[in-house]
Design a protein around this ligand. Structure first.
Ligand code: AMP
Ligand code: ZN
Length: 471
């Protein structure tokens, strides 16, 4: 099936053509592991997963690389400011290495809860210092670097005529107007490749280099690790939309002088998860994680469904109202799928399966229009001409494509509903019926609460109370 994606570089939706037939390699900028990843970060990781699943559904072999940034970088694009990892370490009273380990584990756990397929490789920046130094040496040989004594080795962006192309900016626009924070830089857009350690304080993370003890600039690891694991040229590079103008622009500047142009075939950028008053970020104050959702009683799939209902180039607004709406929509689908599973009929009809399979896959293959796939999916569930055996196989396909776990949740619901309540729960229900008959509402309510706490739901029906196990 034809695959189309919006390429930030050309600012157009383009047909995807792999570098190697049947294979797709992509690199995603991963998290800086100094704190928990919030739901906004997770939207980005979910979008990587949807992209990957779409290629898998189209029969591609996918090689996905996502880094963990565990080197403490200076927080601003200007290579000044605080070091996030050192700040995290001070906050938690741990070493930077322990902080990295803790938040990598938390991030992996949250990604699992969201049914994100683990990347093929998750390289850590600190394990690739040698590769980063080698990259600087190559740039140095080609004449792209200069040293600011006592500060670091910088990339001279004036040496690259196409600098800024990804963000649609030209050099003179970029240079004009803005304040240069670091007065020693030759151009405002120049960035650090290697920073020297300060002479007055000891950093927890620092390495020897041909230029002196220090640490790499923050754009460097992605150039070095993507090329190490995907080759000099690869198909797709993804990341949050804020990376276009600086981080990815600088990755290109570091890579293309070495490997030639274009380094990457398609640049795909994810729009943000926003709150009513702006981007969800670690500094926005409203910071929710997957674990927060679970603690509040939400199924992580409700959040995945909310993201799937949006389009990756548009913001998705997060609020507990929008999450509740998504949770209800998700439950309704699970209910329908459970009914289909409970009433399995017919044999799989290959021709009908193929027709619906293509109808379901087409919108997601067309620039990841997942919401349109969900509309087709609802049509399928309602279509009485498709037998249930075929429907179940198609729901399984949608689960592979969108990772929403409908079948697993529906099977749990069916199992729960067919379970017979144990004698003690039936006895509580009978006592409650007696209390109601005696108009003793307080006792009736207390008994219902007791039944609920034991994991059973009591529903009054015209034929008497019905007990169902909570799914
Ligand atoms: P960070 O740990 O800040 O480097 O972020 C990790 C990834 O999450 C990056 O690719 C960011 O672009 C992405 N990200 C951060 N905030 C949001 C947000 N509110 N919505 C979507 N993606 C985000
Ligand atoms: Zn990156």
């Amino acid at each position: 099936m034809q695959i189309r994606l919006f390429n930030t570089m050309s600012r157009k939706v383009e047909e995807f053509k792999p570098l190697v037939p049947g294979k797709m390699g992509f690199y995603s900028c991963g998290p800086t592991v100094y704190w928990d990843q919030h739901l906004g970060n997770m939207r980005t990781f979910l979008n990587n997963d949807i992209l990957k699943r779409m290629f898998l559904a189209n029969g591609y072999d996918v090689n996905h690389v996502m880094n963990f940034t565990d080197v403490g970088h200076l927080t601003s694009d200007e290579d000044t400011g605080d070091d996030k990892m050192e700040k995290g370490a001070a906050r938690e009273n741990m070493s930077v290495w322990e902080v990295a380990k803790k938040y990598i584990n938390n991030c992996v756990a949250d990604m699992n809860e969201l049914n994100i397929i683990p990347p093929t490789v998750t390289p850590r920046a600190t394990d690739h210092i040698k590769e980063q130094i080698e990259l600087i040496q190559k740039l140095e040989k080609l004449g792209y670097t200069y040293e600011i004594p006592g500060d670091g080795i910088y990339y001279d962006t004036a040496k690259l005529p196409t600098y800024g192309e990804l963000g649609g900016q030209n050099l003179s626009e970029l240079r004009g107007g803005a304040r240069i924070e670091n007065n020693n830089k030759r151009n405002i857009t120049d960035f650090a490749l290697w920073k020297f350690s300060p002479t007055d304080t000891k950093r927890q993370m620092e390495w020897d280099s041909p230029w002196g003890v220090g640490f790499p600039g923050w754009h460097l690891e992605c150039s070095a690790m993507s090329m190490k694991y995907l080759g000099d040229h690869f198909d797709i590079h993804t990341g949050g939309q804020e990376h276009i103008k600086v981080h990815h622009t600088n990755e290109i500047a570091q890579s293309e002088p070495i490997v030639g142009k274009p380094w990457v075939s398609y640049w795909v950028h994810w729009a943000w998860l926003v709150l009513k008053d702006g981007k969800m970020s670690k500094s926005s104050g409203s910071f929710w994680t997957v674990r927060t959702l679970i603690e509040k009683g939400y199924d992580p799939m409700a959040y995945r469904y909310l993201v799937t209902l949006g389009h990756y180039r548009q913001p998705v607004e997060f609020s507990f109202e929008s999450l509740d709406a998504a949770a209800n929509g998700y439950k309704n689908i699970v209910r329908r799928v459970a009914d289909i599973i409970a009433n399995k009929s017919g044999e799989l009809d290959g021709a009908v399966y193929d027709t619906w399979h293509d109808k379901l896959l087409a919108p997601t293959s067309d620039n990841l229009k997942t919401a349109e796939t969900l509309v087709v999916f609802q049509e399928l569930l309602r279509d009485n001409s498709v037998n249930n055996a075929t429907k179940i196989a198609l729901v399984e396909f949608v689960d592979r494509l969108l990772g929403l776990m409908f079948v697993e949740h529906a099977e749990k619901l069916v199992a729960a509903e067919s379970e017979v309540a144990p004698a003690e729960i039936v006895a509580l229900a009978e006592k409650r019926t007696a209390a109601k008959a005696a108009k003793d509402w307080a006792t009736a309510d207390a008994l219902r609460a007791e039944i609920d706490a034991a994991g059973w739901v009591l529903t009054d029906t015209p034929t008497g109370p019905k007990l169902t196990k909570k799914a």
